[in-house]
Ligand binder design. Structure first.
Ligand SMILES: [Mg+2]
Ligand SMILES: [Zn+2]
Length: 170
């Protein structure tokens, strides 16, 4: 069985922007500690699955082609750093579509559980938003909040993915 580090993308691995600004973003800007943190997580036996809300696709801010081009650059740069991502699940829907995958809805992790043999009890979730927190808690996953603003008590508060690794190994 796989132990998984479920990671949010924007604001957790790469820089996030106000929705409209994503129109102009062509290259990922990795956050401090993100690449080193992912390397360390892989070295300690986690595989990485990314779960990301991309409602800006169906809101018309970016196209599917923009999303795919960004993803290709993102994965290439990670691969050049020796980081292979097991899978990226993304939700292109906006709220009006009432899909089952937009975080904190459980669809993306449910799909991951169908696609892979995952040991949830050994897995973790890292993200920066309340949707991430709520999703993690539905599956009983320990939540590592990256600069997380929510006041819930059961949050492991971290400043980067490298900091998550340090918290795990301390
Ligand atoms: Mg985020
Ligand atoms: Zn969706």
């Amino acid at each position: 069985m796989k132990k998984i580090a479920f990671l949010d993308r924007d604001g957790t691995i790469n820089r996030d922007y106000p929705d409209e600004q994503w129109r102009n973003v062509k290259h990922p800007e990795f956050l401090p500690g993100a690449i080193d943190g992912m390397k360390k997580l892989l070295e300690s036996g986690y595989e990485i699955i990314i779960v990301t809300n991309q409602y800006i696709i169906h809101d018309g801010i970016i196209t599917m082609e923009d999303y795919s081009a960004y993803t290709e650059k993102f994965l290439t740069e990670l691969s050049q750093n020796g980081i292979e991502i097991l899978h990226i699940y993304f939700c292109p829907h906006n709220d009006a579509e009432e899909c089952h995958c937009k975080k904190p809805k459980p669809g993306m992790i449910e799909q991951a559980l169908r696609d892979y043999d995952i040991d949830l009890s050994a897995s973790i979730y890292c993200g920066d938003s309340e949707a991430d927190y709520l999703l993690a808690k539905q599956f009983g996953l320990p939540f590592y909040g990256i600069d997380y603003a929510g006041e819930q008590k059961d949050v492991n508060r971290c400043t980067s993915l490298l900091d998550v690794y340090n918290a795990l190994s301390s």
